[in-house]
Every structure is written in structure tokens, then in C-alpha cells.
Design a protein around this ligand. Structure first.
Ligand code: UDP
Ligand code: MG
Length: 335
């Protein structure tokens, strides 16, 4: 997500209170009932809202239905992707273009229930920045979906330090400020709460309804769990060491050089005092470790250059402020 792009695109109109963002891929049969359900869902809030459907290159009748919805209802905006870029890209695009002060994401297949939206928004108003849905009574295949997902959630909670029961639930509500520092890749939409938490956001979860898919087909299988785990690894690494990569690579390099030194010393001592041979497998191992150690350190220095280029060229701070208090109104510069 490009930070704050949406502000540049819509400089005049102040945003609505609420943006509902939905990734849509071949959900034609669900769309009419879904839209009806969203309208029922948002009306109890009595707030201004917009509905953003992001069509992820659907090849069914969906795009036509979405055009009709947009023509009939000014609350609706539709973004059409040129081709299928995946659910995370769709969510990301929706969030980029959302104008609301609060952003709610949910799936377009009616497995998430739009009638839960007011509950999430109210929870947000209690003083949270992110409210994540928990499909406690999940209506998906046990063996291929629910169980792998439980394992993944346990692991993600351990690794990120933010315990949530259901990272994979798309139904979540966010204050828009949450997105100022977040960029999404791969299967990463599910990790937004963790990123937000690392940046200091207040994150909580609520139990939401979940329904069996009645129309259309699921787009995923077990392979997604593997992708999720790889994403978890990448993001944890990038987070923990993104501002100081030399600490990681330098650490590996140091250990490697240390082992090389011990191996080399052992060979020298054995030669001097025990009449051993210079040539031994150990000297080869020590040489390899020595070269690897130097490589690690050089890699760390290269990574440092990359990180600095990243932060400095984009003016990205290495911290996140919640607010600034005091100082009075900006004073006129002294003449
Ligand atoms: N989706 C998408 N692009 C894709 C795959 C899925 O936008 O490439 C949307 C899909 O239309 C649905 C949501 O993402 O609104 C979740 O997809 P699905 O129901 O297949 O996932 P599951 O609920 O089985 O995890
Ligand atoms: Mg689904």
C-alpha cells in the first residue's frame, strides 16, 4: 500500500465515516445477496459510508453485476483489476482507495456476515485501532482448513507476540491511520494486525459469525498454509532486523569466523605439539567457515546500505508517533 495516496486522489471531498472493502473473484452468484446484506449491516450505524468492491479479474458475470450496483447506488465504487492479482492485492488496492476514517474489510462470498459490521465499528470506538474477527464456529472443512489454520494461528501468535485466534479472518475493522506505515505482499493481508501492533496500535478481537459457502467455490487449498508460513518468516525477519540487518548477518559472520579460528588454531597446535599433519579435513572446514564468515559480514553491510536507501529515499521514519501534545498553534515565523 502506498501511504496516503488516497489523500492526493481526493483532495476536496472529506471522506465518509466508514469504508467497506471487499475482494471479489468470481463471486457473481453471491453479489446481489451480499450487497443487500451490506446495506442491512451498515444501516443501524447511521453513519456515512462507501462500499468498495475490488474485482480481482473475475471471469464470470460479476463485473457486469458490479457495474450495475455502482450505477444504481452512489455509495458503491468498484475497482477492476486487469487480471487476477490475488486477495491480498485486492484488499490492498481497496484500502489505498478507501476514504473512510474507519475501514472494514470482509470477504465477498457471504462467509463473513456483513451484519457484524456495527459490532466491529463499536468495538473500535471503545478505543482500539484494530478489531479482528474470530470465526470461533468456523464453517469450513476441518482437516484441510480449520486444523491447519489453528496451527498457523498458534504459530503466528507466538512469533509475532500478538495472540489472536484467527489471523485468517478477513472481517476486520481498522482506523485508517493504521495503514500509514504498512506495505502488503503475498498472503500478508492477514498480518495487518501484527504489523499494526508492532507500530504501536491497540489491537483486539471479537467473535464473529461465519457461514458455510453456499454459492461459488473456494479459491484456496492446503498450499496456502505453506505460503502463509513463508510470509510469516519473511515478515518477522524484516520486522526484527529491518533497521539493523548487520546485527543478524554480522552475528552469523562472527560465529562462522570464530569457528574458523578455533579449527585453524587446533590444526596449528596439533602440528606443533602432536606432530599432526597440516593437511586435514579440518583445515578445509576452517577455510570454508572463514570465507563464509567474511561473506556474511559483507552481506550485512550491503543490507545496511539497502535499508538506509529505503528509509532515506522515501523519507520513512524509523519510528511511529501517536500524537503530539502542546506547543500551541503554529506561530508566525519571526520577521
Ligand atoms: N479472492 C480474491 N482473489 C483471489 C482469491 C479470492 O479476491 O485470487 C476473494 C474471494 O472472492 C473472496 C475472498 O477473497 O471474497 C476469500 O476467498 P475464498 O472464499 O476463496 O477463501 P476461503 O474463504 O475459502 O479462505
Ligand atoms: Mg470464503
Amino acid at each position: 500500500m502506498t501511504p496516503r495516496k488516497s489523500d492526493e486522489q481526493t483532495p476536496v471531498a472529506p471522506g465518509p465515516a466508514l469504508s467497506i472493502v471487499l475482494p471479489v473473484y468470481n463471486e457473481a452468484e453471491n453479489l446481489p445477496r451480499l450487497h443487500q446484506s451490506i446495506l442491512e449491516g451498515v444501516s443501524p450505524l447511521g453513519q456515512s459510508y462507501e462500499i468498495l468492491y475490488v474485482d480481482d479479474g473475475s471471469r464470470d458475470a460479476g463485473p457486469q453485476i458490479l457495474r450495475e450496483l455502482a450505477a444504481a447506488d452512489p455509495h458503491v465504487r468498484v475497482l477492476f483489476f486487469k487480471t487476477n492479482f490475488g486477495q491480498t492485492a485486492a484488499i490492498s488496492a481497496g484500502i489505498d482507495h478507501a476514504r473512510g476514517r474507519v475501514i472494514v474489510t470482509l470477504d465477498a462470498d457471504l462467509q463473513n456476515d456483513p451484519h457484524d459490521i456495527p459490532m466491529l465499528v463499536r468495538k473500535l470506538d471503545e478505543g482500539h485501532d484494530v478489531v479482528s474477527g474470530w470465526r470461533r464456529d468456523r464453517q469450513d472443512a476441518k482437516l484441510s482448513r480449520t486444523i491447519p489454520s489453528n496451527v498457523a494461528n498458534w504459530l503466528i501468535s507466538r512469533v509475532t507476540g500478538l495472540p489472536l485466534h484467527d489471523y485468517g479472518c478477513t472481517l476486520k475493522a481498522y482506523r485508517r491511520e493504521v495503514f500509514e506505515e504498512i506495505q502488503l505482499y503475498g498472503e500478508m493481508h492477514r498480518f495487518i494486525p501484527a504489523y499494526a501492533y508492532w507500530a504501536g496500535a491497540r489491537v483486539t478481537e471479537v467473535v464473529v459469525r461465519h457461514h458455510r459457502r453456499v454459492a461459488g467455490a473456494s479459491k484456496y487449498g492446503l498450499t496456502r498454509t505453506v505460503k502463509v508460513l513463508l510470509d510469516l518468516m519473511t515478515m518477522t525477519f524484516l520486522h526484527s532486523y529491518s533497521t539493523k540487518p548487520i546485527y543478524v548477518f554480522g552475528g552469523f559472520g562472527g560465529v562462522s569466523l570464530g569457528l574458523a579460528g578455533m579449527g585453524g588454531l587446533f590444526v596449528i597446535l596439533r602440528r606443533l605439539f602432536m606432530a599432526g599433519d597440516w593437511m586435514s579435513p579440518l583445515i578445509l572446514v576452517a577455510s570454508v567457515l572463514f570465507i563464509a564468515g567474511i561473506q556474511f559480514i559483507l552481506m550485512g553491510l550491503l543490507a545496511e546500505i539497502l535499508v538506509r536507501t529505503y528509509h532515506e529515499s522515501q523519507g520513512k521514519p524509523t519510528y511511529a508517533l501517536r500524537e503530539i501534545v502542546g506547543g500551541g498553534p503554529a506561530s508566525e515565523p519571526a520577521a
